[in-house]
Design a protein around this ligand. Structure first.
Ligand code: ZN
Length: 286
């Protein structure tokens, strides 16, 4: 794969980006942290607690990612670092709130040393039980460590989704325009497909047609371009497979084949104007 042929963020960080990521991320982390602490204390189901924990990290990540997009941050690394920092502040707020809830609103402490000290005392007797077992001491401390990693990790990972769109450096804006061609017949040889497209031959895409009705496997081609200038044209492709379980519940699994290959305006138009014909006739109605 020729990496230079694909879109990559420039690494530039807009001047307001760090402030917006910090303000939105921390604000969400602080408000969410208060709710999180009480939810963790009063939610009776430990499994639901795990969902709340991941969800909390994700919400902080979404807020930080929104700040990144608004502040025109074009660096995944920078956004992930800010996501981790705001995630850390969020879980810190969560612990302050949880200690307050756990102690029946008697202890409200803010200093990290105080929190560590109180946590150590709580850990001696344990804070909750699962299937009759009460984790205490190092085990409980270890679980709190995992909680911290989950929230920080989720916030960091989700934050970068905020800048998943390409950016037009010339127009100083995100590329929002998208054309979706789907469903198409499946890409049969992804390796050959990539080689041909990278060499500038668009026929592996333009030769795709509409799949048979009710086909369980299909391709999707996505075209993106900046609608304010004549630069920045990209093509992406995925293959999706629909599987059915015993209850006839369908699950779609999508595999990325090509992500934002840089193409010319002519190639873009060539793909966009492809005529889509069905590969078989419609099934006759009884
Ligand atoms: Zn542009």
């Amino acid at each position: 794969m020729n990496k230079a042929a694909y879109y990559k963020h420039s690494g530039t960080v807009g001047s307001t980006g760090p402030i917006l990521m910090t303000v939105l991320g921390i604000l969400t982390g602080l408000i969410g942290g208060v709710i999180y602490g009480f939810a963790m204390q009063y939610c009776p189901l430990i499994y639901l607690n795990a969902i709340i924990m991941i969800g909390f990290g994700c919400i902080v990540g979404v807020a930080t990612g929104m700040g990144a997009k608004k502040g025109k941050v074009r660096s995944n690394t920078v956004v992930m670092i800010f996501g981790a920092i705001t995630g850390l502040i969020a879980i810190y707020a969560g612990w302050i709130s949880w200690i307050y809830a756990f102690t029946q609103q008697k202890i409200l402490i803010f200093s990290p040393l105080d929190i560590f000290e109180v946590a150590t005392i709580i850990a001696e007797k344990g804070a909750w039980s699962i299937k009759g077992a009460t984790p205490t001491g190092v085990v409980l401390m270890g679980l709190w460590g995992i909680e911290l990693l989950c929230v920080v990790g989720a916030a960091s990972y989700i934050a970068k989704n905020g800048i998943s769109q390409p950016f037009c450096e010339r127009c100083d804006k995100w590329v929002e325009h998208e054309v979706l061609l789907t469903p198409l017949t499946p890409i049969l040889d992804p390796g050959q497909f990539i080689v041909k497209l990278e060499s500038g031959d668009m026929t592996p895409i333009t030769e795709l047609v509409l799949p048979p009705v009710n086909s369980k496997i299909y391709s999707t081609v996505t075209l993106e371009h900046c609608d304010s200038c004549t630069e920045n044209y990209f093509v992406s492709a995925t293959i999706s497979t629909i599987t059915e379980d015993k209850d006839k519940k369908e699950t779609t699994n999508t595999v990325e084949i090509l992500k934002r290959l840089i193409i010319t305006r002519n190639q873009f138009d060539e793909i966009k104007s492809m005529k889509l014909e069905r590969s078989d006739s419609q099934p006759s109605q009884p």
